[in-house]
Design a binder for this molecule. Sequence first.
Ligand code: NDP
Length: 297
Amino acid sequence: MAADRIDGKAFAEKLRARVGEQAAKFEQAAGRKAGLAVVLVGEDPASQVYVRSKGKAVLAANMNGFEHRLAEDTSQEDLLALVEALNADDAVDGILVQLPLPAHLDDQAVIAAIDPDKDVDGFHIANAGRLAVGQTGFVPCTPLGCMMLLADRLGDLSGMEAVVIGRSNIVGKPMAQLLLDANATVTIAHSRTKDLAGVVRRADIVVAAVGRAEMVKADWLKPGATVIDVGINRLPAGEGEERGRLVGDVDYGPASEVASAITPVPGGVGPMTIAVLLRNTLVAAYNHAGLDQPEGL
Ligand code: NDP
């Protein structure tokens, strides 16, 4: 029997609508809109697309968007000065610096300069540390979105075997922490893992965050597993109908014959990332204004 398709797009739309309603209530209570500042350095085409769609989503959710586009040759000093100004700006609740930065800039130093209470991407070490020790803080948007889909689908994850493939700071590691917090038994696999297929085969929950097109095969999966595919890979041009198609890290068609539920690419995890960014920004705004967060945000 074919697996259920986990509709991240529909889930994200509902979350965005809920955040939009609550952002309107925030405006009434605080006397101002919640605000997200997005900083883009340089001309990277993919980053420009992301920044544009984040800007539109922020406005649609009844929040203010402050876009700062800086030239490719912006100095580290000037970028840090902008971050400092945004930290001090009362109209700004969340700050997002679009990564990757041009090579002459130091990503880590820039992230470290962001006020952790405005770090809605959850990349600051203060927030990574809070997640590691189980304190409340900002959690990176993509793994938090994956967790929302898993909780919605499976409810209590207690005692389940979860395998996360990938150990990046923005997806794999925080994903593993969240699963651990939810009392799953967690394995983190990576490029040095031996017998990856064997490791994945014991998982009730598989989260693939690798960046390799259709790497996870159907026969790696335990029958009935729930599969979250974070990967976004564009197939190379020149392969007939396949040309330029977006695929995940999981071989979706065959895998959906074995799994019980699986996220598609596109339309799975991707739309959750921006929805969670809006949610994190609104949480930051409530904290910043000293107001109690509404239930269920
Ligand atoms: P990174 O490149 O930072 O990390 C990839 C991870 O995959 C690394 O830990 C690497 O291991 C591991 N890996 C690489 N090759 C293999 C292999 N053959 N077997 C097992 N593990 C392997 O990527 P990100 O975490 O940033 O992103 C992962 C994917 O998710 C990408 O496709 C990206 O586009 C997508 N993504 C999607 C988002 C969304 O909104 N849906 C948001 C963020 C990312 P090692 O550490 O040993 O090198």
